[in-house]
Design a protein around this ligand. Structure first.
Ligand code: AQP
Length: 319
């Protein structure tokens, strides 16, 4: 079975886009892939952070993955900080990465702009991401547009290492699962729904109660055309609502005579999708979730250690 690694940042505020664009495709691919769901808690340390929040968010993502249907018997759920082979491979890969290669990453340029203090780990984070992928011999990595440059770096590092030191790494491929929907911000439908958007008004949180969801959708930006049709260029708000409806119900939306009617149906569909997830989330005990992370770690470590030993050997270290 194809090895696939799907990553999540533990930055809190997980939203409908994360569910429909990443979690649900992961759940759907479970029977046909050998998947790892990785929470990138090490990446959360690259910016100013609150230690308690990082820990809580890591548990929240793991709990949401379980509540959304990830089966820990099939998919290993791990935090990258709990598998030390990630950090060892990170260092070894850093020794094969040029400073300029890291410094020209768009995300580094964006996040380091503004003159505030910049952590060295922000510069080297794409190399850690390469290690996250390569240490597990992942063949497929679902990536959004903003991560495609980092995936390209992972491929470059793997190819270069293999050419220079001998065949060591599986070269990963970036994919966009067929079932992955791209969900846009409700208040600015030209931007994707995002955890870090300054206003929460544009997103639907996975744990939002029905009343909050209803309010968010009733305030969603539409237009003055007055006709419900899928036309992302001219009617991005209405098109986004139709896309959300189609993704939630797995059906082509019917006809609507008004924006109000569309919004009511979208609300019902989103509530029907999220309510069972919210209920399962409330039932999951944090102690159990920690056990699942420990199990995931134990399951992936032997193969990760084998990759690190192969790399150590190839690059000239004693094993
Ligand atoms: N709006 C979206 N529609 C569809 N898929 C989305 N994803 C994120 N936003 C949407 C997918 O969710 C997965 C996990 O994302 P992440 O935790 O790595 O965060 P991200 O990609 O940086 O996206 P966010 O959630 O919007 O966070 P910020 O605001 O920090 O950029 C990924 O597979 C992503 O494609």
């Amino acid at each position: 079975m194809i090895k696939r690694l799907t990553g999540f940042q533990p930055t809190g505020n997980l939203h409908l886009g994360n569910l429909l664009g990443a979690m649900r495709p992961l759940v759907e691919a479970q029977p046909t892939t050998n998947s790892i769901a990785m929470i990138a808690d090490l990446h959360a340390l690259t910016m100013e952070h609150d230690p308690a929040a990082v820990r809580a968010n890591t548990l929240e993502v793991a709990t949401l993955l379980l509540a959304a249907g990830v089966d820990p018997g099939r998919t290993a759920i791990i935090a990258n900080s709990q598998v030390p082979e990630h950090t060892e491979l990170h260092y070894l890969l850093e020794c094969t990465t040029g400073f300029g290669e890291a410094a020209r990453m768009i995300q580094f340029k964006e996040k380091s702009a503004g003159g505030g203090p910049v952590r060295l780990s922000l510069l080297t984070y794409p190399v850690l991401m390469a290690a996250d992928i390569l240490v597990h011999d992942a063949e497929q990595v679902p990536v959004g547009d903003d991560q495609s440059q980092h995936l390209e770096l992972a491929r470059t590092l793997a190819l270069r290492f293999n050419a220079r030191y001998g065949d060591t790494f599986t070269v990963p491929e970036g994919i966009r699962p067929e079932s992955a929907a791209r969900i846009m911000d409700l208040s600015d439908p030209t931007r994707k729904m995002s955890k870090s958007a300054p206003s929460p008004a544009g997103r639907i949180g996975l744990l939002d109660p029905p009343e909050t969801i209803r309010k968010a959708i009733s305030r969603a930006v539409t237009d003055t055309v007055g006709v419900v049709r899928h036309d992302p260029d001219n009617q991005p708000g209405v098109s986004n609502l139709l896309a959300i409806l189609a993704a939630c119900t797995d059906e082509k939306p019917g006809e609507f005579t008004s924006y109000g009617a569309l919004k009511r149906e979208v609300t019902d569909a989103v509530v029907a999708l999220l309510e069972p997830i919210r209920a399962r989330y409330a039932e999951l005990d944090p102690g159990y979730v920690r056990e699942i992370l420990a199990e995931g770690q134990a399951r992936v470590r032997p193969a990760a250690l084998a990759t690190v030993r192969r790399t150590r050997d190839a690059i000239g270290l004693l094993n």
